[in-house]
Write a new protein. Structure first.
Ligand code: DGY
Length: 318
């Protein structure tokens, strides 16, 4: 069958696909141009794509033979699931394997933002470390503080486990409440959204992007947070109204932010990069060799199953 792979992936993974199918690979790190992508799907049966490919009705109209869309990632807000359902196309993702890497990077951002790690690095490189003084480069302590986790799915729970090592008090909010045993085991307390915002020293976002979570954090929510609070986003950029965030960071209505994702990725909201109290990363939550390899393997397993007419292991549509 014909397969399109829209990004460079580990050779051994690609080998498993090329051994049994006719594969076109976009062998670059730069995302496929929209027009090229649209032209390349005309005859494909299987598509292995990434978060940078918009899989919408226009694309699906041009891919009448498509049987499976295997996404190399867990988030699928770039795929029109309803349209795929209508056309009986399998859609799959890679849940679970990036939980630990993303939770680790969340903590990297918490520590970097609280302890001004990146700012310090910039100063040292610029030759600015000329003396030590008791009141220079003061950050805020992480240990013992309150962490508010918005969205207690796999990644939220992994973040809560890491917070235990820092002896943090953990509040959480989201669509559903954990069972009492799970709350006890993780040592977390359920809080209303507004209480979580006003009581937390760190607010970390772990919700998928959808109509209910777009701009979940805007001017109103930022105004509820402590002036010293740190906002962490390793979920999806549009969950935060970035313009409102720039304003809050600039005016001191919150203390700092650590962002791995952006509202109009990869573009930054004007003003964001001028601020010292924000750490900016290039969407690298899952970027470890182990995790990215496992993600590619899972996407490949899903793709091969779908092409073989079997229900893929990580199917997300009906
Ligand atoms: C995902 O998988 O959704 C991440 O954002 C990219 O790895």
């Amino acid at each position: 069958m014909k397969v399109l792979v829209t990004a460079r992936l580990p050779e051994e993974v690609l080998g498993r696909i090329t051994r049994c199918h006719q594969v076109q690979i976009h062998g670059e790190d730069l995302p496929m141009k929209r027009q090229t992508l649209l032209e390349s799907v005309a005859e494909v049966d299987g598509l292995l794509c990434t978060i940078t490919d918009r899989i919408d009705r226009e694309l699906l109209d041009r891919a009448p033979r498509l049987k499976i869309i295997a996404n190399n990632g867990v988030g699928f807000d770039h795929i029109d699931l309803e349209e795929a359902d209508v056309r009986a196309i399998w859609v799959t993702n890679t849940p679970g394997v990036l939980t630990r890497a993303t939770a680790d990077l969340t903590f990297a951002l918490i520590l970097a933002s609280a302890r001004r790690v990146v700012e310090g690095d910039r100063m040292v490189r610029a030759g600015g470390f000329t003396f030590w003084a008791p009141l220079k480069f003061l950050g805020t302590e992480v240990s013992g503080k309150t962490l508010g986790i918005v969205g207690m799915g796999r990644i939220g729970r992994a973040v809560a486990k890491r917070a235990a090592g820092f002896e943090m008090r953990v509040l959480y909010g989201g669509r559903s409440r954990l069972a009492p045993e799970a709350e006890r085991e993780l040592n977390v307390s359920f809080a209303s959204f507004d209480d979580l915002l006003s009581e937390s020293d760190f607010v970390s976002l772990h919700v998928p992007l959808g109509p209910q979570t777009r701009h979940l954090i805007g001017a109103r929510e930022l105004s509820k947070m402590k002036p010293s609070a740190v906002l962490i986003n390793t979920a999806r950029g549009p969950v935060v109204d970035e313009k409102a965030l720039v304003e809050a960071l600039r005016s001191g209505s919150i203390g700092a932010a650590g962002l791995d994702v952006f509202e109009n990725e990869p573009q930054l909201c004007p003003g964001l990069a001028d601020l010292d109290n924000v750490v900016l990363l290039p969407h690298m939550g899952s970027a470890t060799i182990e995790t990215r390899t496992r993600m590619a393997e899972m996407a490949c397993e899903n793709l091969l199953a779908g092409l073989a007419g079997k229900r893929p292991p990580n199917c997300i549509n009906r």
